[in-house]
Design a protein around this ligand. Sequence first.
Ligand SMILES: *[C@@H]1O[C@H](CO)[C@@H](O)[C@H](O)[C@H]1NC(C)=O
Ligand SMILES: *[C@@H]1O[C@H](CO)[C@@H](O)[C@H](O)[C@H]1NC(C)=O
Length: 558
Amino acid sequence: MIGGRRAVCRGACGFMDGVHGSAVLRAAGRCLLPLVIPASCVLWVLFFFPSPPLEVAVRRESFQPSVTLPVLVQRVVDMTPPPPERGEIIDASPPPPSPSPPPPETARHARAESPPPPTTRQERPARAAATDRCAGRYIYIHKLPSRFNSDLLRDCRSLSEWTDMCRHVANSGIGPRLTRTGGVLPATGWYDTNQFTLEIIFHARMKRYGCLTADVSRAAAVYVPYYAGLDVGRYLWGFSNGVRDALAEDLAEWLRSTPAWAAHGGRDHFLVGGRIAWDFRREDSGEGSQWGSRLLLLPEASNMTALVIEASPWHAATDVGVPYPTYFHPWRAADVSAWQRGLRRTRRPWLFAFAGGGRGNNVQHGGGVVRDRIITQCARSRRCGLLRCGARGQRDGCYDPGNVMRLFKSAAFCLQPRGDSYTRRSAFDAILAGCVPVFFHPGSAYTQYRWHLPRDHSTYSLFVSEDGVRNGTVRLEDVLRRFSAGKVAAMREQVIRMIPAVVYRDPRAPSSSGAFRDAVDVSVDGVIERVRRIKQGRSPGGDDDGGEHRWDGYFDKQ
Ligand SMILES: *[C@@H]1O[C@H](CO)[C@@H](O)[C@H](O)[C@H]1NC(C)=O
Ligand SMILES: *[C@@H]1O[C@H](CO)[C@@H](O)[C@H](O)[C@H]1NC(C)=O
């Protein structure tokens, strides 16, 4: 399987697609010369996205309050019902299954155990294990030299050639607060968050973790606050392999020299990579420059657990998928409940929606064909809302959080085909909007986010095999309209209940009583359990391993 993967410039055009995962021109060819890549990306966009006439497209002007809004957008903002010819309203405002909205907890992750004690910044005094609420949950944070993390933020201008990352690293990585969303989003809790800043957010959250210890021998797991994705992100285009690997190799050497490493050979260590795993596994076989760094191929990193926004299906011993950061960073549980309540009431005139860019009919890339078919189906359906990304213009509507959330909040189903990698940030935007995600490949979510999404995928999402879309026998509108309003409402309720576990709480909020279990809390629990199994010499994945083999065929086919 590994040998079947092509060495292509994955991620090469990530800066052009605001909603797409790591956004990569997988089939765009090998990365031969530094200058060819940005240039070819521009050509790609000009060639493949010439804005064909669309029945419905939310235009970029639509989120400027001073501009006359297109009729459909106006309607969503005003919350008035659509005209009859747009089809019946899928969400006829059925009452939520439970009379009173549940507290913001996930259906699956609700725990009997009590939350960690209020903000324990230092190690608690030694006590009998029975009375220590942190027993078995202590985390030790490596005190890395600043070159592995904070120096990268200080030099934020070097993080991306195309995106002003200095804006996005602000506020502990959640970026600038959103102020002009045309009434789509609440005034607080929403930020212009870049999809590659998870390392900063996670680090800030861990500094406020309730059960830190300075004594590594008491730690259930060891956190390595290295900004792996920001590091390699600086050098993906036009640098030598040596430059891309330098800091990762430096880290490996530094870690190996510490007493904390020696105890378990690093197998109780974990790090966070805010990019797809592919960006950290450059295989140097074959000729020419290949993509990414070799971080996760280093023997030291192979012993650790890597939390990445897209795990490699072939490296379950190391990788675990964790949610992409979205735009919502609530401070306390009440902020989440308020948003959840609003979602239950919102009208959803569209049966389904898609936000993203096309890929062109490149025969080498099966996912791209499917994606383009899906865009065509959406564009031709009167019941599909389409937000087209990558169209020419100074500003891409897909970069506007209000625009994306407005569309997803007004649709019952949100299509999430893979693009150039398996996953997309857009899947989490859809969940955040209470829009039932439709996946076309198990690698887009089911095999990725096992800690954060319910095990029974059919309760919150729909799976449509790519084959039928590719060969034209599946018409999505026909598939989706068969669901009764009651069934859709039940799935939506499950999606809404998943929100707390997939959002990243505002890292500046204290981990005190008003807090809720967010994506970091779920991740840390997962790491602790995983390390416990590793120390016992058991399989790190636990019971999950068996059940997920049913998807293996989808990966073999690649
Ligand atoms: C990885 O873990 C194994 C088993 O604990 C150990 O023998 C090995 O030395 C570790 N590798 C490194 C690079 O420390
Ligand atoms: C299209 O794909 C579906 C799903 O794999 C399959 O059942 C069907 O036979 C295919 N039809 C054609 C005409 O290839």
